[in-house]
Design a binder for this molecule. Structure first.
Ligand code: F6P
Length: 345
């Protein structure tokens, strides 16, 4: 048996742990050959594949990024994309594919499976927004980085009597902002799921000052929706889009900081964590989860569980239809946002 493995979409810590686990399980468990596909779906369109043996994955467990490279290439936006992928799989004699990715990569996987390509999925993203699984690997590492950054902003905010705005990743779901914000003791958290007015944020800052707390920490997800005084949306994003139609985010932290300073008169600064959250070595949690996902995905191929994705529910690894993971995202529910609000003062 020959299997192909690819990593698509934004990279995240733990991808190499998954690749290593796939290679070990496939070679030592079943005697299969593993082909690493370069740069996500692009590697199948451009015929960029190399065999992955045990030596190729030696020493990669603690390394961030992905040894295979990744891209946001969408084969369904390329001429004859599906036909070319099927032809490449045939000419390389690939019996099954393992696609590691988030909503977009898994969306392509789901379509290819419906078109008859034998494949299984592994959910990945620092945003933790893939449906059907309690966690994606990469999230825990991003969360630790964001929490540490908020702790650091706290001490400088307190020393200077400033408001500090921390912008973290989270396009449609605010898991990083919510959990890092609560863990870091934020005074206000803005999520993509719940539009927030400038007034609400400033109200909290002003009340803290009245109580003699002369500094505040505000955590904002990059995809948070801010409303101006008239209730209209504050637009901060540009027009650039990727092959899946996503706007390039960033800028809400700066806008929010400017508005807070204008409205409250308190000196306000912002910090954008950006790709620092996606880089570097994965936490033990992400290495372990990634390893479990990799082994489980190979076992799923062995059972011919095509069209399915490995997932974690509680502490158990399960598998679910890939279709369950695409279409809708796993967002932060109101009860968790209420929990965060207990600490908005
Ligand atoms: O993969 C998810 C994510 O990290 C989002 O939180 C963020 O909006 C996006 O990727 C950034 O993508 P890129 O690296 O392509 O700019």
């Amino acid at each position: 048996m020959r299997i192909g493995v690819l990593t698509g979409g934004g990279d995240c810590p733990g991808l190499n742990a998954v690749i290593r686990a796939i290679v070990h399980r496939a070679i030592k468990g079943y005697g299969w050959t593993v082909l690493g596909i370069r740069h996500g779906w692009r590697g199948l369109l451009q015929s960029e594949l190399d065999e992955l043996d045990l030596k190729a994955v030696s020493g990669i467990l603690p390394r961030g990024g992905t040894i295979l490279g990744t891209s946001r290439t969408n084969p369904y936006m390329e001429p004859e994309g599906e036909v070319r992928i099927r032809a490449e799989l045939k000419s390389r004699r690939i019996d099954a594919l393992i696609a590691i990715g988030g909503e977009d990569t898994l969306g392509v996987a789901s379509k290819l499976h419906r078109a008859g390509v034998p494949l299984v999925g592994i959910p990945k993203t620092i945003d933790n927004d893939v449906n059907g699984t309690d966690y994606t690997f990469g999230f825990d590492t991003a969360l630790s980085i964001a929490t540490e950054a908020i702790d650091r902003l706290h001490t400088t905010a307190e020393s200077h009597d400033r408001v500090m705005v921390a912008e973290v990743m989270g396009r449609h779901a605010g898991w990083i902002a919510l959990e890092a914000g609560v863990a870091g003791g934020a005074d206000f958290i803005l999520l993509p799921e719940y539009p927030t007015s400038i007034e609400e944020v400033c109200g909290v800052v002003l009340r803290r000052h009245e109580r003699g707390r002369n500094f505040s920490i505000i955590v904002v997800a990059e995809g948070a929706r801010l409303q101006d005084e008239a209730g209209g949306p504050v637009i901060v994003q540009g027009e650039r889009r990727d092959a899946f139609g996503h706007v390039r985010l960033g800028g809400i932290g700066a806008t929010l900081a400017e508005r807070i300073e204008q409205r409250t008169g308190f000196e306000t600064r912002y910090s954008v964590l950006g790709h620092i959250q996606r880089g570097g070595s994965p936490t033990a949690f992400d290495r372990f989860l990634g390893t479990r996902f990799g082994v489980a995905a190979v076992d799923l191929v062995q059972r011919q569980g095509f069209g399915r994705m490995v997932a974690v529910r509680g502490f158990t690894i399960v598998d679910v239809p890939i279709s369950e993971a695409v279409g809708a995202l796993k967002t932060v529910g109101p009860e968790l946002y209420e929990l965060a609000k207990v600490f908005f003062s």
